[in-house]
Design a protein around this ligand. Sequence first.
Ligand code: PRX
Length: 639
Amino acid sequence: MMCSLWRGSLLTLTSSLNRRVFQCCRQLGRSYNIASCMPEAVAFQGVSDHSGLYKFSVNESDRFWGAVARQRLSWISPFHTVQNCDFSQGKIKWFEGGKLNVSVNCLDRHVQTCPERVALIWERDEPGTEVKITYRQLLELTCRLGNLLKRQGVRRGDCVTIYMPPCPLAVASMLACARIGAAHNVVFAGFSSEALADRIRDAQSSTVITVNQGVRGGKVVDLKRTVDQAVQNCPSVQQVLVAMRTENTVAMTDRDVPLEEEMMKEDVVCEPVAMDSEDVLFLLYTSGSTGKPKGLVHTQAGYLLYTSLTHRYVFNYHDGDVFGCVADIGWITGHSYIVYGPLCNGGTTVLFESTPVYPNPGRYWEMVERLGINQFYGAPTAIRLLLKYGDEWVQNYNRSSLKTLGSVGEPINTEAWEWYHRVVGDGRCPVVDTWWQTETGGICIAPRPSDPEAEIVPGMAMRPFYGIKPALLDTEVVTGDALCISQAWPGMARTIHNHHQRFTETYFHPYPGFFFTGDGAHRSKEGYYQIVGRLDDVINVSGHRLGTAELEDVVIYLMVEEDVLAQQLREMVSRSIAKYACPDFIQVVRCLPKTRSGKIMRRVLRKVVERNTDELGDLSTLDDPDSVHEVISGHRRLC
Ligand code: PRX
């Protein structure tokens, strides 16, 4: 029975009301006007261009967000207060008094207008085996799962841990939690059992949802076994719901529940719970430089509104487009731009299970051709990797469906940006370098391709999104470098689970009156922003501050080719930046310590250099533990 649900076929997409409204706005807006930069902005009378709308969004924040929230979300009861925020206490509240259900906004309302539209394209590990799930089917899966969770004793306010690779049942699990008022805690299915146990314990979950095995890059991974190990040290866990991703049976204990079998016994209707705007939607753990990972808390209405608006305007997403974000659902990128933003907008969104090089380095672009992807959203680390394999892997495939190329997660160096633009996008697709964080909930700085006038400078995140007011404040060494945000926006995190004090100390105390991002940035004379990386990764040489990204931009290609002598590297740095920036020591390693999402853990490198290897901090997100040992022993030899 399950199979029939999974075997959804792509039916002709119905043209929805939205598309007609948009076309209508475009026809009316002969000269570029507010209707084409933001169709719902008819409420903002008197504002007649894109930059005017930005100004309105920050100066008249209540009016702006109030109107957008009324127009974009379906409310069970209306809110009475748009915002109630006080940075000095870390108090962030949006749309108080309002009640809504996130799963209704992501599913039911689209099922009413276009039930057979494809919601999810599950791009499974083997190319050509994708599975399409319509909005009607996704609602059905979600309701059955919601009913099953209730039967298993999950109640409003509980937190369910989800340890699954990207797949429709993972999305349905997230939405099922939202439907019945439980919070979810998705843990990246590449994390170790200890990292998983840490997160389950902190979230106090009684229920974990997982799959028997994962499949990635042609390899089978025993995810259920990792969960078994983790829950041994998690007394809160009472049940583990196990979905079958492969046909291999795994040992089941009394605690384990066969997910498909049990959900099929459930009704396809599950009454959505009316949630307060500020009830918790999910926790998502992100590693801190010291101490335990932080469980950032996002709530219902503001988060949903912000992801929906940014998805629509940053990527210029239109009805009928296929949105391909290749992140994992275990990261905030997956939450906001695979699940909540696209589904709130009634979009078709891809769930990518594989790797950029499986079965070969043409995988992304073969997928773009086969699925007709219109917006592609990926990470610089993958772009840099693919660039090394040459242009042919890209040019073998038809990429004419592409309209926007997105980048996220770290600064995109100039070569990678140019290659992405020139080769992948054939020089005709805007590249949107999007800056944001788990804490910000959604994209805060991006070029905004929906503004046809907007210039895009390679490697720059460019402009703040609607409602985002950045400020560059003085740091200890250099003036005007610390990227802060000076007023609240609906998508921002509300607290750290069980550690509100840590939340206020980390984000609001360093610069009173501002949200401190921890990143450094420059602003050009045109007002464009360039992110230079984490401030705690900045190197101070002779009183000059150097962003690590800047140095890496120069040496990165030579490092990967591994045939470069220290002298050549020094010459390059000297030529491209300055003589004073030349490193005294150069240590060549097989690979740098990176997180599973591809970020270099520079704080770990710093501790090694400072010889503080007893204080490496949280290593639970480390991809390859050997890399740290190698760096430590290599450094000892060098010094
Ligand atoms: O340092 C910035 C970097 O990634 C950090 C946030 O990481 P995380 O919470 O894991 O979220 C990643 C996905 C949003 C930021 O503080 N970062 C993210 N995007 C960019 C970036 N650095 C430079 N340019 C970007 N576009």
